[in-house]
Design a protein around this ligand. Structure first.
Ligand SMILES: [Zn+2]
Length: 469
């Protein structure tokens, strides 16, 4: 893959110095509105299986209508009465295609007895907000709504429509994913030039902000079943042709295999930026990785599992089954192999590679399910520049870092449907204290209000005819 033409812009804005403005918080009344919406959302149980997203969509719709949004611009709908989504359109001049602001309203389950407090109350304590969804993803949902209400109040006329979609069932899959449903049933409601979503947040260490992540792509998941069938027989008469031995050999070869190391547009930009946060030999290695050095990639991949996963497709055995009796030769031996695939690597490529690695015709390598690769979003100059400048304006010295993540968000479905999606929040979390999906999920109070101001500024930069970005 060729070096991206836009990459130097990421750096240019940092090194040459974008205009540095004072950090600007939103006025107290706007903060109070965002907090009230946040509290309302958190206190509606919307657990993936035990809750419902419809009341969240309805609460948002009520807020919008009370603020003057006409009924015709506010849709509350979905595939199932418990799984409704909200879509609202704020009309601009129409000079450019709309932008879509996305957040999911379902949360991972949280049990009262697993927490030190009620997960479905917004608790403010010691400078933190606590509650299920305070980080994932109700902060962004609340901020999108609060800021849209503020835009209307100001009479702000964007040069494009601004669409906010609060959607169901991002967590844990299931048949009622809101983005999926909207793409299939009401694509016109959400069709956009590009989308902003969760998936990229700010990273801090001991409260000091280090980098603001811009999530541009995601690995996708493919699983395979290695399967060996054999006629079996009595264990007192063993033969060399044994299903378990065939499988064991295949897994041993897999354990010694690694996919080639490489970078793509996004990960090269990532390593280039990360070099700016390091010193000495690590800094030099990261710079060389960004420039395409294989030797440096070897060293960097060896140094941490996360950099290894950033630099290659990975496949690992995760489940095992086989045999049916302690005194019988196995008739079946099988393993599940789970792969996290770089966006540019095709399913067929991974499948064929595994067949070669297995190198045993007795071992069938079967694809599980029907995986859909998720393309990267392009590192669009307008988006990267606006994010970089909004970051520098809020937090001078904090680097904007394009990232590819190992997990998946709704961004994958949008990208596959041709809507480039960027994970950007401006909410900062301590690197060593990420509690999404876990116990006592929390977000710094300051971080919530900073994110509100950041996203307010960012959306304006992206929707003004003459962006001051
Ligand atoms: Zn989420």
């Amino acid at each position: 893959m060729s070096r991206p033409a836009v990459l130097p812009l990421v750096i240019a804005a940092l090194v040459a110095g974008a205009p540095v403005l004072a950090q600007v918080a939103r006025p107290p009344a706007e903060q109070a509105l965002a907090r009230a919406i946040y509290k309302e959302f958190i206190e509606i149980p919307s657990g993936f299986t035990t809750g419902a997203t419809t009341p969240v969509a309805q609460a948002a719709a009520a807020r919008l209508k009370a603020a003057g949004f006409p009924d015709t611009d506010v849709h509350v709908d979905g595939p199932n009465p418990r799984k409704f989504n909200l879509v609202v359109r704020y009309h601009g001049s129409g000079a450019r295609k709309p932008i879509l602001l996305l957040a999911h309203t379902d949360v991972v389950e949280a049990k009262r007895e697993d927490w030190s407090m009620d997960p479905f109350q917004l608790n403010e304590k010691d400078g933190y907000f606590y509650g299920r969804g305070v980080g994932d993803d109700k902060a962004q949902a609340a901020v999108w709504i609060a800021n849209l209400i503020q835009f209307r109040k100001e009479g702000f006329v964007p040069d494009r429509d601004i669409i906010v979609a609060l959607t169901a069932d991002e967590e844990g899959g299931g048949p009622f994913n809101g983005v999926d449903w909207l793409l299939k049933n009401h694509r016109d409601w959400i069709d956009a030039d590009f989308a902003l979503n969760e998936g990229g947040w700010g990273e801090s260490v001991d409260g000091k902000r280090i980098v603001n992540d811009l999530q541009v792509s995601e690995k996708y998941v493919v699983s395979f079943r290695f399967e060996v069938r054999n006629k079996g027989g009595h264990s007192s008469l063993p033969v060399a042709d044994n299903a378990i031995y065939h499988l064991a050999g295949a897994l041993d070869r897999l354990s010694k295999f690694a996919f080639p190391l490489k970078t793509n547009e996004v990960t090269a930009a990532y390593f280039k930026q990360m070099a700016n946060t390091e010193t000495g030999a690590v800094k030099a290695d990261l710079e060389q990785v960004a420039a395409g050095s294989r030797e440096a990639m070897q060293r960097v991949a060896k140094s941490t599992t996360s950099w290894n996963s950033t630099l290659r497709t990975t496949c690992v055995a995760t489940m095992l089954e086989g045999g049916h009796a302690l005194n019988a030769l196995p008739q079946l031996a099988a393993a599940t192999v789970n792969c996290r695939v770089l966006p540019e690597d095709a399913v067929e490529y991974v499948h064929n590679t595994l067949r070669k690695v297995v190198a045993d015709t007795a071992v069938a390598v079967n694809l599980i399910g029907n995986p859909t690769p998720g393309p990267s979003s392009p590192l669009r100059k307008d988006v990267v520049q606006a994010v970089t400048n909004a970051t520098t304006a809020m937090w001078p010295g904090v680097l904007t870092v394009p990232i590819m993540v190992m997990g998946a968000t709704d961004g994958r479905a949008l990208r596959a449907a041709g809507i480039p999606t960027y994970g950007i929040q401006g909410f900062f979390f301590d690197r060593d204290d990420i509690r999404f999906h876990g116990r006592d999920e929390r977000m710094r109070v300051q971080s919530f209000y900073d994110g509100q101001a950041f996203l307010y500024d960012l959306v304006k930069r992206l929707s003004r005819a003459t962006p001051a970005s």
